[in-house]
Design a protein. Structure first.
Length: 135
C-alpha cells in the first residue's frame, strides 16, 4: 500500500505542475495580445450622398492607438453591411502613430435618406464596427 500512495502523490504533483505551467502560458499569451501593436479605433462614421455618382459615401474617422508605428492605408479593409469594399473605392492617408485619419469610402449602393448601415474597419490587430445613418 505504501508504494501506491507514493505513485499517486507523484502523479498528482506532476499534474499540478503541468496545470500551473498551462495557466502561466495562457496568462502570458493573453498579456502579450493585450499589447498588440497597430490597433485602431473607429471614432466616427457618417453617410452622405456622393454628388458625382448619387451613391452612398461614408466618411470614417479612424484613430491609430499605437504610439510608435504608422498604419498604412493598405493595412485596413472596409466592409459596409458585411460587403467587402474594394480598396480602389477607398481614399485615405496613412495614420501616424497616435494620430487620426479620415477615409472616404465610396459604394455602389444607392443613397437613401434615413437608411442605417454598419461600417466595419479591419486593421492589423483588431476590427471595429459602427453604425452609419445616411442624411
Amino acid at each position: 500500500m505504501k508504494g501506491v500512495s507514493t505513485v499517486i502523490a507523484t502523479i498528482l504533483m506532476l499534474m499540478i505542475t503541468i496545470a500551473l505551467a498551462g495557466v502561466a502560458y495562457i496568462y502570458i499569451s493573453g498579456v502579450m495580445k493585450g499589447t498588440a501593436e497597430k490597433q485602431i479605433k473607429v471614432v466616427d462614421v457618417t453617410c452622405t450622398n456622393n454628388t458625382d455618382t448619387g451613391k452612398a459615401q461614408y466618411i470614417v474617422s479612424i484613430r491609430n492607438l499605437d504610439p510608435r508605428l504608422t498604419i498604412t492605408s493598405t493595412e485596413l479593409t472596409f466592409f459596409v453591411d458585411g460587403k467587402l469594399i474594394s480598396s480602389d473605392a477607398v481614399s485615405m492617408n496613412d495614420i501616424p502613430p497616435g494620430g487620426y485619419a479620415q477615409a472616404t469610402v465610396n459604394t455602389t449602393d444607392d443613397f437613401s435618406i434615413g437608411a442605417a448601415h454598419r461600417v466595419k474597419v479591419v486593421g492589423p490587430a483588431n476590427s471595429e464596427e459602427q453604425p452609419a445613418y445616411c442624411y
